[in-house]
Design a protein around this ligand. Sequence first.
Ligand SMILES: Cc1ncc(COP(=O)(O)O)c(C=O)c1O
Length: 368
Amino acid sequence: MEVPFFCYSHVFTQYREEALAALLKAADRGAYILQDEVREFENAVQGFTGARHVVGVANGTDGLALALRAAGVGAGDEVIMASHTYVATAAAVHFNRATPILVECGEDHLIDVVSAAAVITPRTRAIVPTQLNGRTCDMAALMALAEARGLIVIEDVAQALGSKFRGQCAGTFGLAGMISLYPAKLLGCLGDGGLVMTNDDAMAEKLRLLRDHGRNEEGEVVAWGVNSRLDTVQAAVLLAKFKHYPGEIERRRAIARRYRDRLAGLDDLKLPPGPDDGGHFDVYQNYEVEAGCRDALRAHLSEHGVGTIIQWGGKPVHKLSGLGFEDISLPRTEAIFERCFLLPMNTSLTDEEVDYICDMIRKFYAKN
Ligand SMILES: Cc1ncc(COP(=O)(O)O)c(C=O)c1O
């Protein structure tokens, strides 16, 4: 059996007819820039997450950069984040002329609040927790720290649309939260796209101006801005897909349960937390496991047709060259990166494929 890690065109076939009909409807009308579908999609995500405002942007990285800018983060400011994140989280800070301060992650691979507290200085302005792998971090502890130290929180929810902590959706805890709509994400479009959620009216207004050359609803330029709009045809496709989103999340959670049941009791293999572990509602963008004999296990899976990857090309942000983090050491994160990798997790996976992957893993451990 062949189980690729992810197959874009395979996922597309799941909603091809609906997506193409929606795309053609917008295109035939000549609706391309900030037309009705964008507002309708923003409203749909608003209803789903409970955010007061949702603003469509060109991609998640821009969404985070614009949110930081709208919050006034700039030159001389420090912004704390976990090193186990995509380089985009740090880049959004860098391109606002602020400095990303990288810290350790905890057992669940999300930002470690104690490590974050330890690096706060008078220059610290914000914390950007990455809600990694479809899980929201302990936002009670993180918000308590931010409030006590007067820091802004902007969530990187690129991987966690609809995940919750104590019943509240990721992206709605801090001043703003960014969602990525990149094709391989939980809710992916046919190219790049992103959203920013906020409960703050002034922040929403600034974001709407910033994404569209500083133009207000009348088209008048009233501030500096950039071109970072969510395309109308992408919004049309996303609206068509979004109807299926709650079901897709349930499917991912069912796959996570199946992995958990079938891989229990293997001492060398550390599984991610269960779907409803301790107040978290996880939506499983990824299924990130840890294994002591990772490289041999991955090679065995590959020989048996199962695709796996290590996130971010195998390196946390502080280990990427050329970014200026050469002097930083984060032993816990580095130890995790000796062991972690992703098993397939997407809505086109069948139960038979999950069982096959688990059987192949058990076969490996039976021999090793
Ligand atoms: C954690 C994280 N942050 C930021 C991004 C950037 O989002 P985008 O590719 O939409 O710019 C991604 C995904 O690519 C991500 O996984």
